[in-house]
Design a binder for this molecule. Structure first.
Ligand SMILES: [Fe+2]
Length: 445
């Protein structure tokens, strides 16, 4: 794998927690954009990454960044490390938290009145509006000790669908947590070995989990790798189709691949599920010398058509460009939808530019960035009172190579090619990180 300098450019961590108020804005921020854009990602406590490559990047300490929008203004920026045992050991042992160590550095969601930081392999932590760590997340559930970073919220019922994948038995657990935070389904799913499971999908009737070709190899630890994960071409890649409220599962074979992120899924009819995802023909494949990895290819948009009658799964590549970090209007999660938004990958090493894909017309629209700049995933924020699926704003953090700082761009989701309607200029860099969320708040009076 081409060495990546994790301490330069868009990936480079920041060394301190900072606060800024009244951020400069170019253009005009929409008056109906009231809330906080939150980002989560790995940021070493010492302010520097050790090592090269993604497996030295993924496990580092969780840092949140938040930009607060209010009545057409960008009021504040703030970043905070999560207050974990790891943070206390490095910064302030006297303030060690009472809960077990965890490092939820991947995603942020809201559920049952709580804002949660998540990462697979660790317990969720609740955070407050100021990004301060409030304590354990989902405390009344079987998933308080660990769950995926990509659970799915049904926009109609408010239920949270989740899973936990472990490197030791039980390898897989599926669950449903209701809108009040109570566990409704908790089901172990039998597997004979573990694999890397990052995301999941839901429809109105089923959940779908992924057992694909990136799996564990603990001999890698003795060879100096920080995480024992690699491509296993010999594994059978499978979709696990689970009745939404639990019950007998079906395993359906697909071509070898790694599915990192789900776009969306829905019931096309009583016997057909459409599943859209970001697929890799291989991922984390060890190079012939066994010491490093081949370069990952860019992610590609694929549509899977699952026939529940025959168990056959149709697989189709869609589009001509590399894409990753897909988002939709979350009000359409698990239901028929028309639009997706994603980061473009002009090369496997760049997250540069945004795309909007329209399934009805089969066309991409683009928001492009100059070479050297990079951007985060786009987050869709519905306009106040919006009815149409694409009536909203698309928010993304953009790293500017020339200034070594970040902007937040606000695009009209219907016209991303038209460029930002507003750009918030931060005095600091928001490192690339993983995922984020829009935390809506009532406008201050
Ligand atoms: Fe992810």
């Amino acid at each position: 794998m081409t060495d990546i300098d994790l301490n330069a450019g868009a990936l480079a961590p920041v060394a301190a927690e900072t606060d800024f108020a009244d951020l400069p804005v170019s253009g005009r921020l929409p008056d109906d954009l009231n809330g906080v854009l939150v980002r989560n990602g790995p940021n070493p406590l010492a302010g520097r990454f050790e090592g090269l490559g993604v497996l030295s990047w993924w496990p580092e300490a969780a840092m949140l960044h938040g930009i607060r929008f209010e009545n057409g203004r960008a009021r504040t920026y703030r970043n905070r490390w999560l207050r974990t045992q790891r943070w206390a050991r490095a910064h302030d042992a006297a303030r060690a938290p009472s809960y077990a160590d965890t490092n939820p550095n991947v995603n942020v969601i809201r559920h049952a009145g709580a804002t949660l930081a998540l990462a697979e392999g660790g317990a969720p932590l609740a955070i407050d509006a100021a990004l301060d760590t409030a304590g354990p997340g989902l405390p009344r559930t079987a998933f308080a000790s660990g769950m995926t970073a990509h659970p799915k919220t049904d926009p109609h019922s408010g239920e949270l669908f989740t899973f936990r994948a472990g490197w030791k038995p039980p390898y897989l657990r599926y669950g449903v947590i209701d809108a009040t935070g109570e566990q409704r389904v908790d089901q172990e799913i039998a597997m004979t070995s573990a694999s890397m499971m990052h995301d999941m999908a839901i429809t109105a009737t089923h959940a779908i989990l992924f057992d694909t070709n990136v799996a564990y190899d603990f001999t890698m630890l003795a060879r100096g790798h920080r995480m024992p994960l690699r491509w296993h071409g010999e594994r059978e890649a499978r979709l696990c189709v689970v009745p939404r409220n639990g019950g007998a599962v079906r395993w359906l074979g697909i071509a070898p691949c790694f599915i990192q992120h789900v776009v969306n899924a829905y019931d096309a009819d009583a016997a057909t599920i459409v599943l859209d995802a970001i697929r890799y023909p291989w991922y984390l494949r060890l190079a012939p010398d066994g010491a490093g990895f081949d370069d990952n290819p860019p992610g590609a948009l694929w549509r899977y058509r699952i026939d529940l009658t025959t168990g056959e799964v149709g697989e189709t590549a869609v589009g001509e460009c590399g894409v990753e970090l897909p988002r939709i209007n979350d009000r359409f999660c698990g239901r028929a939808y028309r639009y997706l938004y994603a980061v473009e990958q002009p090369t496997p090493f760049e997250m540069r530019g945004l795309v909007r894909y329209d399934w009805a017309s089969g066309t991409f629209a683009r928001f492009s960035l100059p070479q050297g700049d990079q951007n985060s995933e786009p987050i869709f924020v519905p306009r106040a009172g919006a009815r149409a699926e694409d009536e909203g704003w698309l928010l993304a953090c953009v790293y500017r190579h020339a200034s070594d700082t970040s902007d937040v761009v606000v695009l009209d989701a219907r016209d991303i090619s038209g460029g930002p309607v507003a750009t918030v200029h931060l005095p600091v860099r928001i490192p690339t990180g993983f995922h984020g969320a829009w935390l809506e708040q009532a406008a201050a009076t």
